[in-house]
Design a protein around this ligand. Structure first.
Ligand SMILES: Cc1cc2nc3c(=O)[nH]c(=O)nc-3n(C[C@H](O)[C@H](O)[C@H](O)COP(=O)(O)OP(=O)(O)OC[C@H]3O[C@@H](n4cnc5c(N)ncnc54)[C@H](O)[C@@H]3O)c2cc1C
Length: 417
């Protein structure tokens, strides 16, 4: 597949505007929202809501348009724009970035599995109104993280009322509180309609804010991305309309992973974004180190023979090379999404690489800057904490490495677990 590494000019212009937002509504407030965990970063939200609303409106309009058969179909750039947005906003502040007033992971799931009618019904709220709206996705449970087939939350169909009835508990749900308690948002909840069917029985359900029986029961206190809202949600006989199930309610047992395919399609779209977020944090740390070294009279002599470099210069070049490799992998996974190609392998590769790189780069940054790197006076120690999450959510490094290995070696899930 030919890949053009040049970022189109209109996206570069968008990047300049996003950088302004990052510099003015994120960086100056980074420490404040890190310390006041779970507080709405209002400066950022006020800037982003009008912008994201317009983007969502344009995306929904496209859904209702009939394509002109005479016009050649060109690959889109929607995912590339999102990837670069995630990178730049995470350069600003990864925790605040996650408070993006948008459908976020709920949107990825609805886009991946929903019908055109469902996309319009559930996503229109993200395209109108004065008040920001959030979305979330709830898969993880106390006994089911990496092994999603172990989920215990059930969805039972009540024929008498034509409703699904949800029962269970979800934990570590990003933006669950913002979606359910602070706005008229939705949470896509994964539940099983038939436990004996394993993964084939898993289905995504759209739960709307205000649904009786849905309660945010806990706010997590975290190591990093502390501005981000992370909650546990309980579902007790929560009734939702029959057509709030995404995709087909049928359970196809014969060798099928059924609804789980929808979860995988969601991750194929969201993993490159997690990788991009990691890259933004890593770049923030690298740029800061280079700035401080330059102030101390240490420049990086690009192109000089490696053996002539000092240990610090080598470290900086290694950090830069690592970030560049992760960026290229992320770009590839994203370009494939825009080309509508299957990108599971590439999405997992990008996610693992970027997760490892951001950990290495931010740790090295703290090390190179000495005690001030470790102090709360600068943001480097915070970036080190913030970067860590990228190896955990949307599939841990180990799980994504397994996916890469299976795809390269041609093994099934059962053959390589
Ligand atoms: C801040 C934060 C936000 C989150 N947001 C969301 C969200 O919005 N929605 C959501 O659904 N979830 C969310 N999560 C949950 C996250 O996706 C899970 O934590 C993650 O999938 C790991 O699951 P687990 O915590 O149960 O760990 P476990 O699955 O118990 O894993 C523990 C360790 O064992 C390793 N391991 C497990 N299985 C294997 C295997 N087969 N081979 C090798 N190693 C293995 C893992 O890699 C890990 O190192 C969030 C988590 C955090 C921390």
């Amino acid at each position: 597949m030919p890949i053009d590494f040049e970022i189109p000019e209109f996206i570069q212009q968008q990047q300049m505007m996003i950088r302004w937002i990052a510099e003015n509504t994120m960086r100056p407030y980074s420490r404040q929202y890190d310390e006041q965990e779970h507080t709405r970063p209002k400066e950022f939200i006020e800037q982003m809501w009008p912008l994201l609303k317009e983007q969502q409106k344009a995306a929904l309009k496209k859904l209702t348009e009939t394509p002109d058969p005479d016009k050649p179909r060109r690959p889109g750039t929607g995912n590339l724009r999102l990837m670069l947005l995630a990178e730049m906003l995470s350069w600003g502040d990864a925790g605040i970035y996650l408070c993006l007033p948008s459908a976020l992971l709920a949107g990825s799931a609805i886009e991946a599995v929903g019908t055109p009618e469902q996309k319009i019904r559930f996503l229109t709220r993200y395209a109108e109104g004065d008040e920001p709206v959030w979305g979330a996705m709830a898969m993880t449970e106390p006994g089911a993280g990496s092994d999603t087939s172990a989920i215990q939350t059930t969805a039972h169909f009540d024929e008498a009322t034509n409703e699904w009835v949800l029962n269970g508990e979800k934990i570590f749900c990003t933006n669950g509180g913002l979606a359910l308690e602070e706005s008229n948002g939705v949470v896509v909840v994964w539940a099983t309609v038939d436990r004996s069917a394993g993964r084939a029985g898993m289905k995504p359900f759209v739960v709307e804010a205000g649904t009786p029986g849905v309660t945010v029961v806990k706010q997590e206190i975290k190591h990093g991305i502390r501005a981000s809202d992370t909650v546990a949600i309980s579902f007790q006989n929560a009734r939702i309309p029959a057509d709030n199930i995404l995709g087909s309610p049928e359970v196809q047992r014969e060798g099928s992973t059924g609804g789980f395919r929808g979860a995988m399609a969601t991750f194929d779209a969201s993993r490159p974004l997690v990788a991009a977020s990691a890259l933004g944090v890593g770049r923030a740390a690298l740029e800061f180190v280079k700035e401080k070294l330059a102030e101390a009279g240490i420049d990086i002599p690009y192109g000089a023979p490696y053996h002539t470099l000092t240990a610090i210069q080598r470290d900086v070049l290694d950090m830069e090379a690592d970030l560049c490799a992760a960026y290229l992998l992320t770009l590839r996974a994203t370009a494939m999404l825009d080309e509508k190609q299957h990108n599971s392998l590439e999405a997992s590769m990008a996610k693992v690489k970027a997760g490892k790189v951001v950990t290495r780069v931010t740790q090295k940054a703290v090390e190179l800057l000495g005690p001030l790197g470790y102090s709360r006076e600068w943001l480097v120690e915070k970036w080190m904490r913030d970067g860590r999450i990228n190896s955990i959510y949307e599939g841990t490094d180990q799980i994504n490495t397994l996916i890469v290995a299976r795809r390269i070696l041609g093994y099934t899930r059962r053959e390589l677990a």
